[in-house]
Ligand binder design. Structure first.
Ligand SMILES: Nc1nc2c(c(=O)[nH]1)N[C@H]1C(S)=C(S)[C@@H](COP(=O)(O)OP(=O)(O)OC[C@H]3O[C@@H](n4cnc5c(N)ncnc54)[C@H](O)[C@@H]3O)O[C@H]1N2
Ligand code: MOO
Length: 423
């Protein structure tokens, strides 16, 4: 994202891209608890969404034989036949019952889709083009120049790289690997996340709300999103803004988790204990982002080996920073070679957006398409980082540069698409 120095109070904090790079570099440079974990060998079908610890190579050519791709007839010739040509039928090849002899010129066999071609056969004709009379077949109209044959190594050749170490297994990856005979793979452990939700004012939904209290939502929102991203939190604590209680919760989480994530208590107020505790129990690498929402964000360590992400308390700021910074970090911690980020694309605003130059912004918007094929972003309602409604139905995070003033309808902007690959 473009950044600038137009913030009325001066530029504060790291630009988002810079912060992401700092985090990823720090995680690559330092061993974590995940560094020494022995990869797990597991059935391929259970490994969907996991990161490979070893490369996977093809044990054999696939399919391993020349196969017909149509129900029809295999010809004992390797050149394109002409309308009117005829052949004597001498046998049949089915997928589980291949024809075993050599086919000669002038001969043909009945062949089914997926069946091996016999020696001497190098052309198939679909049955729709054939007239069959008493054991003689005849091509009734001109055939295409396609020989309708699947090559021996169409999917892969023996020894070729199917998947690299550090790849995350998608649906097509496990489908293709199984078609190549792979039954088990070695995968990395997922990082175990400990979530610490802080705030004196927080009460659980369903509980009575006294004056000044608010119903707690980050544990639902952030846990839900992390779960969607493949990283369920293994432990979640709701703790008041008291230094000793927070310290004990951090020690407890660090005993059983690879990563600590907190929400709230990370700005500059009297009861914002996260940064001092991070400093006391480990190290703060940086604090504050030049970003709206999400300014008070801290990244550091508990001890030497447990990364600590202090997300802001405001639910939207916590969500956006978790997506932008925590998610890529978790992918790298898990051993993925390069992190998946949200895809970016240019869109036009379908709504005006009122703002002053200041922090670069990630505004939540829905995606639309104009009748003439333009992608449109609709930024609806308040973009306050406390309003979770701004995340509902959001398809896009619209990137608004720091120095940008009010934006008009039709203005082109870059946006991140809140969608991930299915296959
Ligand atoms: N003097 C300054 N004050 C603030 C600054 C600043 O730079 N200087 N930054 C503001 C920004 S921007 C944000 S964002 C907030 C974030 O502050 P904290 O991370 O310390 O978060 P809290 O103060 O604990 O909470 C902020 C807000 O969010 C509500 N909250 C907290 N946790 C939850 C939860 N689990 N579920 C629902 N809502 C939650 C909390 O009640 C507050 O209303 O700081 C500004 N201040
Ligand atoms: O970073 Mo805050 O999220 O702007 O309210």
């Amino acid at each position: 994202m473009a950044t600038g120095n137009a913030e009325p109070y001066g530029r504060e904090g790291l630009a988002l891209d810079e912060a992401r790079q700092r985090i990823l570099d720090a995680l690559k440079a330092r061993p974590t608890r995940l560094t020494t974990v022995t990869p797990e060998l597991m059935p391929l079908r259970d490994a969907l969404g996991r990161v490979l610890a070893d490369a996977v190579k093809a044990p054999a050519d696939v399919p391993g034989f020349r196969a017909s791709i149509m129900d029809g007839y295999a010809l004992g010739q390797d050149c394109q036949p002409n309308a009117g040509d005829s052949w004597t039928l001498v046998g049949r090849s089915a997928p589980a019952d291949p024809y075993q002899q050599t086919l000669h010129r002038g001969e043909a066999i009945r062949i089914l889709t997926g069946a091996p071609l016999p020696q001497g056969a190098a052309w198939v004709l679909p049955q729709e083009l054939i007239a069959n009379q008493n054991g003689t077949i005849r091509l009734v109209k001109d055939a295409s120049s396609n020989p309708w044959i699947r090559p021996t190594d169409e999917e892969c050749s023996q020894g070729s790289l199917l998947l690299a170490s550090g790849d995350r297994l998608g649906v097509a990856d496990i489908g293709r690997a199984s078609s190549c005979g792979i039954s088990h793979v070695k995968v990395q452990r997922r990082p175990r996340i400990g979530l610490l939700v802080t705030g004196d004012e927080l009460v659980s939904p369903g509980e009575e709300r006294s004056n000044g209290a608010i119903w707690e939502s980050n544990s639902t929102l952030i846990r839900g999103m992390l779960e969607r991203l493949g990283y369920p939190a293994v432990d979640c604590r709701l703790v008041a803004d008291e230094c000793q209680l927070l310290k004990q919760a951090i020690l407890d989480l660090a005993a059983s988790c690879d990563v600590i994530v907190s929400t709230g208590g990370v700005s500059a107020g009297d009861s914002d204990w996260i940064r001092p505790l991070m400093q006391d129990l480990g190290q703060v690498e940086f604090w504050k982002l030049f970003l709206k929402p999400g300014r008070p964000f801290a990244f550091g360590w508990f001890g030497d080996a447990v990364p600590f992400f202090g997300l802001p308390g405001n639910p939207v700021a916590a969500t956006v920073t978790a997506l932008q910074l925590l998610w890529p970090a978790l992918q790298i911690l898990e051993g993925q070679s390069s992190p998946e980020l949200l895809p970016r694309m240019p869109v036009r605003l379908a709504t005006p957006y009122r703002r002053k130059p200041g922090r670069p912004e990630l505004a939540r918007a829905s995606l639309d398409c104009s009748p003439d094929g333009q992608l449109l972003a609709r930024i609806d309602g308040s973009q306050a980082s406390s309003r979770i409604g701004s995340l509902q139905n959001a398809d896009l995070l619209v990137e608004i540069p720091a120095d940008s003033g009010p934006l008009d309808i039709g203005q082109q902007v870059w946006a991140q698409l809140l969608r991930r690959r299915i296959l």
